[in-house]
Write a protein that binds this ligand. Structure first.
Ligand code: HEC
Ligand code: HEC
Ligand code: HEC
Ligand code: HEC
Ligand code: HEC
Ligand code: HEC
Length: 255
């Protein structure tokens, strides 16, 4: 019965990690090191810049998600949810695609010579004052940006646009919530709410590529794959609150 003993040891280790609020889980799961809250969700884009004699491009998720939902950029404007994988060129961007859909000199600063270096900074540049203000006025969490984005949007503290292409767009009302049972004894299930996610995302951000559109039909749905950016890990590793926050998903974890 060696296997059974090993298994319950693992479950016990994970359970205590869950109870400790993630501290022990860091070593159990080898979670990626978290950047400072102000830099969580920051992307330095350099597919083409440095080879074209330009500095890499700075992009901050928290500053943009206050005004726009994920859906705007990752559905309407076709940015990939993976750093350095969207085929952005300066010609297309200054012509109104990608960043240029907003950075057109009207909605936000445009692609004109005095502004090149606002994007092509070569390093992470984040508006510190705006972050300090946001952290002060929004409900807090322990990980990621340490901003509770769920409460911020539900409480009307921010009203990010759902669309920049269609003013009449309204998300489909689909609020089904359920628990995803974990494939390990003693581990509390992960909770999932469509309502929470649909405030930010389009159905197409998750279905059918990340998840089957039928309960329990998603194959290989385990933590080790989530840690490889699959399933929930597509967002909950570097933009939505990180995996360190075990109890936010495994909600019934005991103390
Ligand atoms: C709103 C942000 C933004 C501004 C402003 C901006 N760029 Fe870019 N630019 C980007 C992004 C994003 C890329 C893609 C980066 C990559 O893949 O490395 C890019 C890519 C480039 C590239 C390499 C790709 C190509 O198509 O040749 C050059 C050169 C470039 N920009 C020059 C400029 C110049 C010159 C200016 C000012 C007139 C400028 N950019 C202003 C965001 C911006
Ligand atoms: C204003 C536009 C914009 C908004 C809004 C936005 N993103 Fe992004 N996102 C980007 C860009 C640009 C990239 C980098 C793409 C690239 O380099 O090819 C990116 C990359 C990502 C990545 C990959 C990060 C990495 O380090 O590899 C994830 C995950 C992601 N976004 C999730 C989200 C989620 C979740 C939301 C909503 C909470 C969101 N994004 C909102 C523009 C946006
Ligand atoms: C959906 C609209 C939208 C898109 C797409 C967008 N931005 Fe912005 N961005 C804004 C707005 C609005 C501001 C704030 C107004 C301003 O500074 O002119 C802003 C501000 C910024 C700033 C100033 C610092 C900060 O974080 O607030 C940078 C740098 C920036 N954007 C880079 C980018 C890059 C690079 C891209 C593309 C990879 C991009 N943005 C795509 C709307 C957008
Ligand atoms: C953040 C990701 C995400 C988004 C966005 C999302 N879903 Fe889902 N959806 C899931 C997951 C996870 C499951 C469960 C899959 C499983 O158990 O294999 C699911 C299951 C479903 C199911 C099956 C429910 C059942 O009881 O069998 C339907 C129907 C569905 N989603 C519709 C939608 C619609 C419509 C939208 C947009 C309004 C949407 N989903 C947006 C993640 C998402
Ligand atoms: C973003 C939500 C989320 C977070 C955060 C999260 N998990 Fe999970 N976890 C899941 C999902 C979803 C499953 C799989 C459910 C299924 O099989 O349908 C899972 C499964 C598990 C399992 C079962 C075995 C396996 O590998 O699938 C264990 C153990 C587990 N999680 C531990 C943890 C620990 C410890 C943490 C904190 C470091 C954590 N989880 C953080 C969503 C999450
Ligand atoms: C496409 C991106 C994406 C995927 C995939 C995704 N989420 Fe989320 N999730 C978000 C965003 C954005 C939020 C808002 C909170 C934030 O950004 O920190 C969120 C919030 C949550 C919350 C917080 C609810 C609350 O009331 O505080 C839970 C729990 C959660 N997700 C669980 C999951 C689980 C479990 C999965 C996998 C089945 C999953 N998520 C997949 C983007 C995603």
């Amino acid at each position: 019965m060696k296997r059974a003993v090993r298994f319950s040891c693992a479950a016990a280790a994970v359970l205590s990690a869950l109870a400790a609020g993630g501290a022990g889980a860091q070593s159990f799961y080898d979670l990626p090191r978290l950047p400072a809250p102000i830099e969580y969700g920051h992307v330095l884009i350099d597919r083409l810049s440095s080879t074209s004699g330009q500095e890499a491009v700075t992009f901050s998720h928290w500053s943009h998600r206050m005004k726009y939902t994920c859906r705007v950029c990752h559905f309407e404007l076709e940015f990939e949810m993976q750093a350095n994988s969207t085929p952005i060129t300066e010609a297309e961007s200054s012509g109104g695609k990608y960043c240029g859909a907003c950075h057109d000199g009207k909605t936000a600063f445009g692609h004109t010579p005095e502004n090149c270096q606002k994007c092509h900074t070569g390093r992470t540049v984040v508006p510190k004052d705006a972050f300090a203000k946001a952290v002060k006025s929004f409900p807090k969490t322990q990980y990621g940006n340490q901003i509770d984005w769920v409460q911020a949007i539900a409480g009307g503290m921010i009203k990010p646009k759902q669309s920049v292409r269609d003013d009449s767009y309204k998300p489909k009302p689909y609020n089904d919530a359920f628990e995803l049972p974990a494939a390990m004894g003693m581990i509390p299930p992960a909770r999932f709410s469509h309502e929470v996610h649909n405030r930010w995302l389009d159905c197409a951000n998750c279905h059918p590529d990340l998840f089957a559109i039928k309960r329990t039909f998603t194959k290989h749905f385990e933590m080790r794959y989530i840690l490889e950016r699959k399933f929930c890990g597509a967002c909950h590793l570097n933009v939505a609150f990180p995996l360190d926050d075990c109890k936010r998903c495994h909600a019934h974890a005991q103390n």
